[in-house]
Structures are given as structure tokens and as C-alpha cells.
Design a protein around this ligand. Structure first.
Ligand SMILES: C[S@@+](CC[C@H](N)C(=O)[O-])C[C@H]1O[C@@H](n2cnc3c(N)ncnc32)[C@H](O)[C@@H]1O
Length: 257
């Protein structure tokens, strides 16, 4: 090999090929640093949130919303909900989203065949949801209400209730009351869709860990049967493998309404 024939770029920088792979490595390092930074931001927001919940006797939700401590917020509709809407695979009629937060899923599901009610105990959450959706073209098909899910008694029942990160957010001792209220609010032939998350080994909460049997323990005695339990392949990457979808129907024989 003749020395000095390798082409060096200006200022002795690496050859083109090597430079490209260096750039790629740099980009990957940058992405991984950004990913780690956002992971640690997420974790510290979650820690802060849990601290507030432990110290505030009203549950801390309002304070979290006020301070922007909302690590659960996807900033967009839940992908599996968008998918089910696009596939025409959701029941029509009246829909309830308890603990709706910023309300992306409420707006996503609302259409001329579906009237969606988003419910949240936090004033700030409801205000944010209203602001975010104020210019939605489908706004006459949804509403946001500031109510406590457990004590709310609406005049009309629902064809579908969608629960995502609400079951895991409430104190585990409230789960039976959650089931009873779902039963009270659903029409006899109504459907409950649960996105079951987080399915892991964490201690404490919120979010509290959940398992399929946690839902079954509450729902089976109330006459609900699962028509589908499946891994949620459309979960966002950080939740993949820790989230399942459940579709539950009330068995008419045991319905109390
Ligand atoms: C973990 S966040 C989930 C928000 C939303 N589902 C999402 O995935 O972005 C739980 C939400 O439930 C609301 N919440 C807590 N207790 C509630 C209650 N008793 N009635 C109605 N909403 C409640 C909180 O204010 C909060 O917005």
C-alpha cells in the first residue's frame, strides 16, 4: 500500500466513510442521552406526583394538575383507541371516560354516532381538556364534567365506559366501589373497555400495579365477563409488554338494573 494515498478531508478529519459512522454514533449517543433525560424527567415528575399524593389529604390530583405534574399524559389520543375508532370497532351511543385528564380520548371517540362524556375530579384537568378541544370540529359530540366518579349520578346510562390509568390511579381499597359504579353507570348490555396498566412489580403508587385477576376479582362477582383479554400491541413504547386490553360485557342474567 502506498502511504499517503488515503484521501483525508480538510483539516485532517476522518475519511468520508468513517466520518459518516462517527456522525451516526454521535446521533445515536445524542438520542440515547435525550431518551435517558426524558426517562429521568418522567421519573422525577412521577416521584414529585407521588409525594404530593402522600401529603395532600384530598388525594393531590388538583395540585398535580396545577403544577403540571402529569407524567401519565400522552399528549395525544391513546393509539389503540384511534385504531379501534378507525376500524369501526367501538360501540356507538353514549360513552364515558372516567378520570379523563386532558381528554384526548374523549375527543377522539366523539362523532355523530357517539356522544362522549369526559369526567374528572380536577378543575384544572377539566379546564385543560376544554381548552385543548375548544376548536375541535366534533365539539358538539362531547362534553367535559368536573365530578367525582364515585358519587356522580347521571340521568342517562352509558353504552361504553373506557378506563385507562384510572383503575390504577385510585387506592386499591376503592376498586370494589369502582366496579359497583361501573355497573351502576352502564346500560344492561353495555361494554367496559379497560387498558390494564401497569402490569409490573412496583410497590406503592399511584399508579398501583394491576393484573388481570385484579379486574376479574372485582368484575366477575358483578356479572361481567371478559370477551377479550389481549396484550396491547399498540401500547406506547415505554409501556409495551406491561399493558393489556380487556373488553368486558355484562351478563344480562346477573345485571341489577
Ligand atoms: C393517572 S390520571 C389519568 C388521566 C387520563 N386517563 C390519561 O390517561 O391521561 C388519573 C386521573 O383521574 C382523575 N381522578 C382521580 N380521582 C378521581 C375521581 N374520584 N373522580 C374523577 N376523576 C378522578 C385525576 O384527576 C386524573 O386526571
Amino acid at each position: 500500500m502506498i502511504l499517503g494515498t488515503r484521501k483525508l478531508s480538510t483539516f485532517g478529519a476522518a475519511p468520508v466513510q468513517t466520518r459518516r459512522s462517527l456522525m451516526m454514533k454521535l446521533r445515536m449517543n445524542q438520542q440515547s442521552t435525550e431518551h435517558n433525560a426524558s426517562k429521568s424527567n418522567h421519573q422525577s415528575s412521577l416521584d414529585e406526583c407521588q409525594k404530593v399524593m402522600r401529603t395532600d389529604h384530598t388525594g393531590g390530583w388538583e395540585i398535580c394538575w396545577e403544577q403540571g405534574l402529569t407524567p401519565w399524559d400522552l399528549g395525544q389520543p391513546t393509539p389503540v383507541i384511534s385504531h379501534l375508532c378507525a376500524m369501526g370497532a367501538l360501540p356507538n351511543g353514549r360513552v364515558l371516560v372516567p378520570g379523563c385528564g386532558s381528554g384526548y380520548d374523549v375527543v377522539q371517540m366523539a362523532c355523530s354516532e357517539r356522544y362522549v362524556v369526559g369526567l374528572d375530579i380536577s378543575d384544572n384537568a377539566i379546564q385543560k381538556a376544554r381548552e385543548l378541544s375548544s376548536s375541535s370540529p366534533n365539539m358538539r359530540y362531547f362534553t367535559f364534567l368536573k365530578e367525582d366518579f364515585f358519587s356522580w349520578r347521571p340521568k342517562e346510562l352509558f353504552d361504553l365506559i373506557f378506563d385507562y390509568t384510572f383503575f390504577c390511579a385510585i387506592e386499591p381499597v376503592m376498586r370494589l366501589a369502582w366496579g359497583q359504579q361501573i355497573q351502576r353507570l352502564l346500560k344492561p348490555n353495555g361494554e367496559l373497555i379497560t387498558l390494564m396498566f401497569p402490569m409490573d412489580d412496583r410497590i406503592g403508587g399511584p399508579p398501583y400495579k394491576v393484573s388481570v385477576s385484579d379486574y376479574e376479582d372485582v368484575l366477575h362477582p358483578l356479572g361481567f365477563k371478559a370477551v377479550l383479554i389481549k396484550d396491547n400491541e399498540l401500547a406506547i413504547p415505554p409501556r409495551k409488554g406491561r399493558e393489556m386490553i380487556g373488553r368486558w360485557k355484562r351478563s344480562l342474567a346477573q345485571a341489577s338494573l
